[in-house]
Every structure is written in C-alpha cells, then in structure tokens.
Design a protein around this ligand. Structure first.
Ligand code: HEC
Ligand code: HEC
Ligand code: HEC
Ligand code: HEC
Ligand code: HEC
Ligand code: HEC
Length: 529
C-alpha cells in the first residue's frame, strides 16, 4: 500500500517503455506511444491522415503513477492549475501490456480530459498538503500541490499521532489491532469498501465532513453514507475491483464469527507463500479433512475472478461461498456508460434518510425524486453543501431561477465556495443576467484564481458585451492554468476569424484538434476561409 501512489520516477519500473510501447486503438482510430528519456516519462497520442502522415499529435509528461502495479497502473499529468489529468492509456499487470484505461475502450473516449479527484487520492495516498477547506465538498476542484505524499501513509491506519519509539504520547496513536471489531474494520473500509461502482454513487460524504477528514478509530458512517443497487436490479452478483469489504460482509464466515481483515492480513507483513499462509488461516476455524476436501481452500472458495468495473483486472473474491459461480475468468466486454435509473438502497442503517437519499438520487439515478427529498431536508441544515447540490439538481432539470435562489442561499452560509459561485453564474447567464453573472465570476476567481473554466465563461460574457480585448485576455488566462482547455482555444479561434485573422484562427483550431481530434467547432473552423 505504501507504493499505491508515487512519482513516476520513484515507482517500481514494471512497464515496457521501449519494445512493445505502442498501442493502436481501433474504435477511436488513435495511436499511442509511451516513452522514457532522461529519467522523464511521456505518453503521446496521434492519428494518421489519408497519406499516412502523423496529425493531431499531443505529448504530455507523466508525473505520477497510481497503483503499485499488482493489477493496473494509471498515470497522471499535473496541470499548472494543480489539477491532475488522467492518461488514456494504462498498464495492465496481469496481461503485461498497455491498454485503454477503464471506460476508454470506445470511439468517443475522454482522451486527456478526465480528472483524478480528491476521492481517488483519499484511497491511494496520504493526506496531501492542501489549503484548509479546499476539500469541504465533492463539487470543488481537486487542486494538488507540487509535492505529494507517496503511498498510503502511517497516519491513515494509526491516526495523526506521532509514530516514533521516543514518543511519550503513545495514547494518541491508534493501534488497529486493539480497536473493537467495528472500528477496526472501519480503518480498512475507509479505502476497501466500494459497495458498487462509483457512478451510482457508492457513497456520499456526510454533511460537514471534509474529504480528507476521516481518522482511524472513528466510525465510517460519521464520514460517509453508502449506497447499493436495490436487490433484483441485475446487480446482485457484481464484482468490483475494490470489493473486499463488501464481499467479506456477505460471507457466512464473517457474519457468524468475529473475523476482521486482520484475521487474514497483517498490513506490515505480506505473506511469503500466500497459498499455505491463507489456507492455514481457514484452518484456524474450520477443521476439514483435507484428504477428502482438498488443501487449497482459497482456490475453491475465494477464487480469482475478473472484475466487472475494470475488465482487464483479476482479483481474489472475498465473498466466501460454498459454490462460487462458474467461468469467473472469461473475458468480458466493458460495460457501456449508460447510467442506472431507479431507486437506490442504503447499505447501512441511516438516521437522516431523506437528506442522504436525496443527495444520492440527485446525482442521476432519479434527479426529480432526489430534489423532492432535498427540498424537505435542506431547511433543517446549517451547512451550505446540501443547498449547493439541490441547486445543481435544479440546474440539471432546467429550473434556473430555483437554482440561482438555492445557490445564493447557500453562498450566504459559505461565501468562499468559488465553485458554487461559478455554477450560479452559469445559471445566471442562461437567464440572460450577464452583469450579475460577470460579478459572480469575478468573485469566484478572487477566491480561486486557478478556475480556468470561470475565465472562459467570463471571456464569453466580455465578448458578448462587445469587450473583445478583455475577452481575449480572459481566454489566455484560462489557458495559463489549463493549456488543454479546448473551449478557450475554440473561442480564441472564432474571435480571430471574426477579426479576419485566418492564420491565427487556424493555429488555435489545430491546437484543439491535437487535444480533441473530433472537435466539431475546430473542424468547421478550419474549413472557413
Ligand atoms: C488509505 C487507504 C487504505 C487504507 C486505510 C487501507 N488500505 Fe489496503 N490498500 C489500499 C490501496 C490503494 C491498495 C492497493 C495498492 C496498490 O497495489 O497499488 C491496498 C492494498 C491492500 C492489500 C493488497 C496487498 C498490498 O499490500 O498491496 C491488502 C492485503 C490490504 N490493502 C489490506 C488492508 C487492510 C487489512 C487494511 C486495514 C488495516 C487496509 N488495507 C487499509 C488502500 C488502503
Ligand atoms: C474507496 C477507495 C478508492 C477510491 C475512491 C479509488 N480507489 Fe483505486 N483502489 C482502491 C483499492 C483499495 C485498490 C486495491 C484493490 C486491490 O488491490 O485489491 C485500488 C486499486 C486501484 C488500481 C490498481 C492498483 C493495483 O493494485 O495494481 C488503480 C490503478 C486505481 N485503483 C486507480 C484509481 C483511480 C484513478 C481512482 C479515481 C478515479 C481510484 N482508484 C479510486 C481504492 C480506491
Ligand atoms: C494499512 C494500514 C496500516 C498502515 C498504512 C500502517 N500500519 Fe502500522 N499497523 C497496522 C495494523 C493493522 C497493526 C496491528 C497489527 C497486528 O498487531 O496485528 C499495526 C501495528 C503497528 C505497530 C505495532 C503497534 C503496537 O502497539 O504493537 C507499529 C509500531 C506500527 N504499526 C507502525 C507503523 C508505521 C511506522 C507505519 C508507516 C510507515 C505504519 N505502521 C503504517 C496497520 C497499518
Ligand atoms: C474466524 C473464523 C473463520 C475463518 C478464519 C474462516 N471461516 Fe469459513 N466460516 C466460519 C463460520 C463461523 C462459518 C459459518 C458456519 C455455519 O454456518 O455453521 C463459515 C462458513 C464457511 C463456508 C460455508 C459458506 C456458506 O455460505 O455456507 C465456507 C465455504 C467457508 N466458511 C470457507 C472458508 C475458507 C475457505 C476460509 C479461509 C479462506 C474460511 N472459511 C475462514 C468461520 C471462519
Ligand atoms: C478469510 C481470509 C481473508 C479475510 C478475512 C480477508 N482477506 Fe483479503 N485476501 C485473502 C486471500 C486468500 C487473498 C488472495 C491472496 C493472494 O492470492 O496472494 C486476499 C487478497 C486481498 C487483497 C489483494 C487483492 C485481491 O483482491 O486479490 C486485498 C486488497 C485484500 N485481500 C484486502 C482485504 C481487506 C480490506 C479485508 C477486510 C475487509 C480482507 N482482505 C479480508 C484472504 C482474506
Ligand atoms: C476442490 C474444491 C474445494 C476445496 C479444495 C475445498 N473445498 Fe470446501 N467445499 C467445496 C464445495 C464444492 C463445497 C460445497 C459442498 C455442498 O454444497 O454440499 C464445500 C463446502 C465447504 C464448507 C461448508 C460446510 C461443509 O462442510 O459443507 C466449508 C466450511 C468449506 N468447504 C471449507 C473448506 C476449507 C477450510 C477448505 C480447505 C481445507 C476447503 N473447503 C477446501 C469445495 C472445495
């Protein structure tokens, strides 16, 4: 776990950067090359035109790796804003090859536009050094410092106390082995529980909790509410990469004993010989006649199995069953992006049902139903976050006045929430209230100057008000923080076209196509004379 997040230079070398370091992805007709030189690492994407010449070539430097590489390793490029961009090609360890990242095996994949957010890093690293409050809601931009903690740090399982032999405040250190069963489980489950895949959502942060606020020794339900598909919705036998806590909890072994993760794992001592090590663990509770039964308990009852969310990854199923299903390793197609619509169920008992079910449903499974629940629940809240999420749901439903109203109520409680202010500006713009939108954007940018998108929208307003030069400055400012911002580049291109500067316009549109080869605005822009 200490190797789950590293600078790319510091990560154990497992990839092939020189021999089989190319990948052609047919559905999107894109080529990728992964290279290393002078201790630096790069991923380049290009296409071939009808004459076989390289076009739309974009190379970005890799700065970080997520995943020790037991199963899969993902790569990160840090933007000047501090955002982390995920690379489209990852390394699959079992197959020892490069492949499209989970969710990217389709013609219109996300390319270089997907972000790695605080929730990913919460599970894969120590606590990053970010300004206080920057992680107080999931709708905020995830901005990371230049220097990141590598891997899962001691404090994630032992609490923030000093871990040193000479430490005199020994009581401030949590020893997970001495916690009661539930709290001991929760130390591991903070990262090893995904009830379902992330999109549902599998969990919603408790109101008032920062993303990086969980501390070993506390109860998980005070940190987040967890959700599951309703029974019978076709997901009862799903198997996800981060399944361990969920699978184990369904097992009779777990239900009918006081077993925890530590019954079989010591995070400080990986098993030398996994087979004998784990089979011996079974024997501590089960006295089976191995001559009748067979020695490899794990092989039959915790078989290796292909995950549904990351179809190139194989894990040990922690749902211990008499007769696990068959064909657990057969190849699977990647699931399409269509979102689940319908009711959700709570994974654990929850006292504030309306609020958390409302927050979860409003993310997409049932926006209208979520809004109804939230409307009832928000008035009892002293925190702005539920109001912001209600506002976002209103905006999704096209109810812009209600959205602006909910944003402004929330902003009275949390005036420094730049992202909420930005979102309010979008609704204001849709209502034609340009002046108010402009004010909101300027205020948001005073709070968080790294918000490239806010500069882009501000630029659009300036242009609409006839302030072309001011608009240009805003677009260029956006590109300073996010050089991959295709909206800013397209807007600059369109602006140059209007001014009759075709060459300058072509420059911007070609830049867009390097980043997003299918971009319709840029393609049309290039055809204009
Ligand atoms: C801060 C998040 C976090 C916490 C807390 C955590 N884990 Fe992990 N664990 C991970 C990640 C991430 C990996 C995958 C590492 C990789 O291979 O990149 C992992 C991997 C593992 C592995 C696979 C072998 C290995 O060491 O890579 C075991 C076993 C494991 N964890 C057990 C536990 C147990 C038991 C606990 C509770 C005492 C626990 N973990 C707590 C994040 C966490
Ligand atoms: C709830 C905590 C959690 C979240 C959120 C999470 N992960 Fe993980 N992830 C894990 C754990 C735990 C493992 C280890 C699974 C194992 O080895 O059994 C893992 C495994 C991985 C691996 C494979 C590592 C290996 O073992 O080779 C990669 C790559 C990865 N995660 C990337 C991501 C990215 C990117 C995100 C955000 C989009 C993310 N994860 C979000 C907990 C999490
Ligand atoms: C993934 C969770 C996890 C991480 C990360 C972790 N530990 Fe531990 N640590 C444990 C668990 C669980 C135990 C108890 C093991 C047992 O006794 O079965 C433990 C036990 C210990 C003990 C013995 C405590 C005692 O009172 O006997 C020390 C010392 C320790 N860890 C130090 C560290 C240090 C230093 C780091 C960082 C380099 C670290 N741990 C990181 C989970 C973790
Ligand atoms: C901490 C004790 C404990 C450990 C360790 C343990 N089990 Fe169990 N297991 C149980 C208990 C208790 C039951 C329930 C027995 C009953 O229902 O009478 C059970 C039930 C089972 C069942 C039947 C499941 C069912 O749904 O009926 C299987 C199979 C099983 N265990 C296999 C294993 C294997 C394989 C291991 C090692 C990887 C293991 N167990 C480790 C306590 C344990
Ligand atoms: C009954 C024993 C048992 C218990 C309890 C148990 N595990 Fe495991 N775990 C295993 C076995 C067996 C493997 C496969 C090891 C191997 O093949 O090297 C494994 C593998 C893992 C891995 C590596 C990735 C994978 O899935 O193949 C992680 C991560 C992990 N366990 C985490 C946990 C966590 C977290 C808990 C508590 C929620 C837990 N385990 C409880 C037996 C157990
Ligand atoms: C070759 C595969 C295989 C191996 C190896 C194996 N089991 Fe089983 N086990 C089974 C099957 C199949 C059943 C279900 C029998 C049934 O449903 O009647 C079972 C049933 C069980 C049960 C349920 C109670 C019972 O007696 O029916 C337990 C507990 C169990 N096994 C534990 C273990 C342990 C511990 C080991 C290692 C010593 C082990 N098994 C090795 C296949 C295996």
């Amino acid at each position: 776990m200490s190797r789950s997040f590293e600078t790319i230079a510091g990560a154990t070398p497992i990839e092939d950067w020189t021999g089989r370091n190319r990948l052609y992805h047919k559905p999107s007709d894109q080529y990728f090359v992964m290279t290393a030189h002078d201790g630096r690492f790069f991923q380049r994407r290009y296409q071939l035109d009808t004459r076989g010449n390289e076009v739309n070539s974009l190379e970005l430097e890799i700065q970080y790796a997520i995943g020790s590489g037991n199963h899969e390793r993902d790569y990160i490029h840090r933007l000047p804003s501090g955002e982390f961009v995920q690379f489209p090609v990852v390394w699959y360890a079992a197959e020892k090859r490069w492949g499209m990242a989970p969710g990217y095996d389709r013609p219109d994949h996300d390319g270089f536009s997907r972000r790695i957010n605080y929730r990913c890093i919460f599970c894969h690293a120590g606590y990053p050094d970010i300004s206080s409050g920057a992680d107080r809601s999931e709708s905020q931009l995830s901005l990371f410092p230049q220097v990141m903690p590598s891997g899962v740090s001691c404090e994630r399982c032992h609490g923030p106390g000093q871990l040193h032999a000479s430490n005199t405040r020994a009581e401030s250190i949590v020893n997970p082995a001495k916690l009661d069963r539930k709290h001991q489980m929760d130390v591991c489950l903070q990262c090893h529980l995904e009830t379902t895949s992330a999109a549902l959502p599998n969990s919603v942060l408790k109101v008032g909790r920062d993303i990086f606020s969980f501390r070993a020794g506390e109860a998980l339900e005070s940190y987040a509410a967890y959700f599951d598909y309703p029974k019978g919705a076709g997901h009862d036998d799903d198997f996800n990469i981060v399944h361990q806590g969920y699978g184990l909890a369904k097992s009779q072994c777990f239900v009918k004993s006081s077993m925890t993760c530590l019954t079989c794992h010591d995070p400080h001592r990986p098993a030398d010989n996994p087979q004998t090590f784990y089979n011996a663990k079974c024997a501590t509770c089960h006295r089976m006649d191995v001559r009748v039964h067979g020695e490899d308990c794990v092989g039959c009852h915790m078989p290796k199995r292909r995950t549904d969310d990351i179809v190139h990854v194989i894990m040990s199923d922690h749902y211990i069953q008499r007769r696990p299903p068959n064909n657990l390793l057969s190849p699977k197609p990647e699931r399409t992006g269509d979102r689940f619509r319908g009711a959700l169920s709570f994974y654990a008992p929850e006292p504030e049902r309306d609020l958390y079910m409302g927050l979860a449903l409003a993310r997409g499974a049932n926006v209208t139903g979520g809004v109804e629940l939230l409307e009832r629940a928000v008035n009892r809240q002293k925190s702005a976050e539920p109001l912001f999420q209600l506002a976002g749901a209103y905006a999704n439903l096209g109810k812009r006045e209600l959205a602006v109203d909910a944003y402004s109520r929330g902003l009275k409680m949390d005036p420094a929430h730049a992202e909420a202010r930005y979102n309010m500006a979008i609704s204001l713009m849709d209502l034609g209230k340009l002046k108010e939108a402009e004010e909101a954007l300027r205020e948001a940018l005073r709070e968080k100057p790294e918000m490239a998108d806010a500069y882009v929208v501000l630029g659009t307003i300036e242009v609409r008000l006839g302030h072309t030069e001011a608009g240009r400055t805003d677009y260029l400012q956006a590109l300073k923080f996010d050089p991959l911002n295709t909206v800013a580049l397209n807007n600059l291109g369109l602006m140059e076209l209007q001014l009759g500067k075709t060459d300058a316009a072509r420059g911007y549109f070609s830049e867009v196509l390097k980043i997003k080869p299918d971009d319709a605005t840029a393609r049309q822009g290039l055809l204009r004379k």
